[in-house]
Design a protein around this ligand. Structure first.
Ligand SMILES: Nc1ncnc2c1ncn2[C@@H]1O[C@H](COP(=O)(O)OP(=O)(O)O)[C@@H](O)[C@H]1O
Ligand SMILES: [Mg+2]
Length: 395
């Protein structure tokens, strides 16, 4: 199975491009699912589907044609299905603050639930071998990052915090419940967490396997959008995912010669050049600004025709180079990370247990070290040719 993840800033064209890619894949014969992970779904809208018709079917893929289905994950239904114990607990805590039941239920949708729910579906469909390809239409960049970092964060929590917390609570609950105004979580809450974790089992391996998961970053030829795309590129790499394509959408076509757009054209040309340079050797595709919205199947087919050559396979694996690698030198070991845009001053490094922690801006990534390197400490970091090399020695 292949997973293609479309990510980028809000409004750049992720949904349109994910849908158009789905059409191309199904035309080539793949059993394809396009799944919206953005809580502000617009996938059904892109296909111009009657929403009332579609809504009833949510959380069950909706067939567009025999080989293509779409899915918008409905979080309320998911909560009833998978998150009951957790949300019941959160609601009970919120109630003690005096807010209304309705508000409590709204607030009990925790950040990340959408993403985790979507991942459970990916995992389930993989086990059932239901699709050849799942195209993920992601939420804007920040949430996408949460999507890909969730499994590792959760794994870390389950390994380090969960057993401790559960055991501790078992011991203190009888006393604490008499003293504390807030009821402590029951054992069924923990059972729910454990069950959810089980459903996510193996997902981070899938996301980090370049032969399974590829990230396609969607951008526009504008400076602000590009900056976000560059950050996303680093962050995805840090999380072990492979970005194997950049799509620049809404490029002004040559046909526009109106003086009004002259300045736009000049700045776009500059940014397009910058994009090609930055992301090389990653393939950069360009899609023109159309004369109309990309709405409905016909328009999506048109977009698909511009984006892909007739026989071109969007699922082809074009890059498998790991975003980071571990190497043994003579007397020391090295961890190498490809960090195309980070400058040295912005990268923070330290060791925590058997993990190397890399910080860039506000993002933190725990990199589980191979056993052979777990006892070593980082001694030196150098950034050269966009590769951050961390030396690890016995300290
Ligand atoms: N190349 C394009 N030319 C004209 N309109 C476009 C183009 N790409 C996307 N659109 C339109 O822009 C809007 C936002 O696109 P969408 O795919 O929903 O972006 P995102 O999912 O990134 O928020 C939609 O109305 C879509 O039809
Ligand atoms: Mg969208």
């Amino acid at each position: 199975m292949r997973i293609l993840l479309f990510s980028g800033k809000g409004g750049v064209g992720k949904t349109s491009l994910a849908a158009a890619t789905g059409l191309q894949l199904s035309r080539l014969g793949y059993r394809t699912l396009v799944m919206s992970v953005d809580p502000a779904h617009s996938l059904a809208d892109a296909f111009d589907l009657e929403t009332s018709l579609f809504q009833e079917k949510t959380n069950d893929p909706y067939p567009i044609d025999p080989r293509l289905s779409i899915l918008e994950v409905n979080i309320q239904k998911e909560i009833k299905r998978h998150w009951r114990e957790i949300s019941t607990y959160v609601i009970s805590v919120l109630r003690t603050t005096g807010i209304s039941d309705v508000e409590a239920e709204e607030l009990a949708i925790l950040p990340g639930m959408e993403e985790l729910s979507a991942m459970m579906y990916v995992n389930q469909y993989r086990r059932e071998d239901r699709y050849d390809i799942i195209v993920l239409d992601c939420a804007p960049t920040a949430e996408s990052m949460r999507f890909v970092s969730m499994p590792t964060t959760l794994e870390w929590y389950m390994k380090h915090v969960f057993p401790f917390q559960r055991g501790l609570l078992k011991a203190v609950r009888p006393v604490a419940n008499r003293l504390s105004p807030v009821e402590l979580p029951t054992d069924s809450y923990f059972a729910n967490v454990q069950d959810l974790f089980g459903r996510l089992d193996g997902i981070s391996d899938l996301l980090e396997d370049a032969n399974v998961t590829s990230v396609r970053l969607v951008t526009n030829p504008e400076k602000m959008v590009l900056r976000e795309t560059q950050r996303a590129f680093v962050y995805f790499s840090l999380h072990g995912l492979t970005v194997d394509g950049i799509i620049v959408n809404r490029v002004l076509p040559q046909a526009i010669t109106d003086a009004w757009f002259e300045e736009w054209r000049a700045s776009q040309a500059k940014i397009l050049h910058e994009i090609d340079e930055y992301f090389a050797p990653v393939v950069v595709k360009r899609v023109p600004l159309f004369t109309h919205e990309v709405l409905g199947r016909e328009r999506l087919e048109e977009l698909s025709g511009v984006l892909y050559a007739e026989k071109e396979d969007p699922a082809a694996v074009s890059r498998t180079e790991a975003p980071y690698s571990f190497v043994k030198r003579n007397a020391h070991y090295e961890v190498r990370l490809r960090l195309p845009f980070a400058v040295k001053g912005e990268v923070g490094l330290f060791k925590k247990g058997d993990e190397l922690v890399v910080e860039i801006g506000t993002l933190r990534r725990h990199i589980g070290l191979p056993t052979s390197m777990a006892a070593l400490t980082p001694t030196r970091a150098t950034l050269e040719n966009k590769i951050l090399t961390v030396e690890m020695r016995e300290g």
